[in-house]
Design a protein around this ligand. Structure first.
Ligand code: NAD
Length: 340
């Protein structure tokens, strides 16, 4: 029976992985802690490891893992910015991910955040529970007829663009590889970042985290945005320079911010810290703004997405055990380029 070391395990992971693992005769050991160079020794005697967005698979960690030779790293997420891919490839690991478990889950969460922020639902919810039925301070805006900028028109950005078109918004898009045919058929206009930042009433980020996109939302970009803009990030925290964002909020240049991801979320998001003292002053400051909503990297968290993540991950683990290629599109490094 194949043995898997599964890191940062949560009850909702177990629920869905248990079903798929049993079907394929896979034995999963669920570890509640994250994988990094300290915890890597716990992978001894396992055939593969399964990791998530806040595990830290840097060279140090990978070196440790390779001592115990679990030959496969199965990322149960789409993004893989937290893994040193060249080090892993050098060390002969095979790497899989789940590129598209449910882009709808993330796009729908982005839109839920947008409307919560715009219509002040987070404030209204608390207010009525205290029998405060006043509407003062809760004035929002119609999305209809306003301009939205979708940065990144991959799987998730396209669905978000479609939902925003459904509200009757004028949707602009920015992407390094524009797909003009998709844009034409969905009534979306590609534009440059310079052009769209001063015009957009709403900006939704759907870019991967790379060297080029790191801090793409900096002082400079924030300075160009239309006053009162709503900014939503469900992609990766490091797309936004938090210090610059806090300043823009203090200067009242930004109308509202919804974050499902945060620059320094590692070690904080996914954890219950309600009995701890929060050590991150920037996150603490963000949480004080009435026009900021933070969710804890939960955009993916639907039953459909969790079930698909478990299915694809377990299927790839089984394929690895048999020495077969991974499911189409799920290898992080094209398998014909894989060393060892
Ligand atoms: P995708 O790969 O399908 O699309 C990304 C798009 O960004 C592509 O169209 C690509 O051309 C474009 N792009 C890449 N680099 C660019 C650059 N430098 N400038 C402009 N455009 C660039 O990705 P996706 O599946 O749509 O995921 C989008 C983001 O959402 C990723 O960061 C992913 O990690 C994140 N994500 C978050 C959650 C969550 O729970 N919050 C869940 C899944 C994915």
């Amino acid at each position: 029976m194949m043995k898997i070391a599964f890191y940062d395990a949560k009850p909702y992971d177990k629920e869905f992985f248990a079903i798929e693992a049993e079907k394929r005769d896979i034995n999963i050991q669920y570890f509640p802690f994250r994988l990094d160079h300290h915890s890597a020794k716990t992978a001894t005697d396992f055939d593969a490891v399964c990791a998530f967005v806040n595990d830290k698979l840097d060279r140090k960690c990978l070196d440790k893992l390779s001592e115990h030779a679990p030959g496969m790293i199965a990322m149960r997420c789409a993004g893989y910015n937290n893994i040193d891919v060249s080090a892993a490839t050098e060390l002969g690991f095979r790497l899989s991910r789940v590129p598209a478990y449910s882009p709808h889950s993330v796009a729908e969460h982005a839109v839920a955040l947008i409307q919560t922020l715009n219509r002040r639902i987070h404030q209204a919810y608390n207010r009525v529970r205290e029998l405060n039925f006043s509407l003062n301070g809760l004035v929002g805006r119609d999305l209809y007829g306003k301009k939205a900028a979708v940065l990144g028109t991959g799987k998730i950005g396209r669905i978000t663009a479609g939902i925003l078109r459904g509200f009757g918004m004028e949707v602009f898009a920015y992407d390094a590889y524009p797909d003009e045919e998709w844009a034409r058929s969905h009534d979306v206009k590609y534009t440059s970042l310079e052009e769209i930042l001063p015009l957009a009433d709403l900006i939704s980020l759907h870019l991967p985290l790379t060297a080029e996109t790191h801090h793409i939302i900096s002082e400079e970009a924030l300075g160009k945005m239309k006053p009162g803009v709503l900014l939503v990030n469900t992609s990766r925290g490091k797309l936004i320079k938090t210090r610059a964002l806090i300043q823009a909020l203090k200067d009242r240049r930004v109308g509202g911010v919804a974050l499902d991801v945060y620059e320094e979320e590692e070690g904080v998001f996914f954890e219950d810290l309600s009995y701890e003292v929060l050590q991150d002053d920037q996150l603490a400051r963000l949480l004080t703004f009435p026009n900021v909503i933070v969710t804890s990297h939960q955009a993916f968290l639907t039953r459909e997405a969790l079930s698909e993540i478990a299915r694809v991950t377990c299927e790839n683990l089984k394929l690895f055990q048999r020495g077969d290629s991974f499911l189409t599109g799920t290898a992080i490094v094209p398998e014909n380029e894989q060393a060892g």
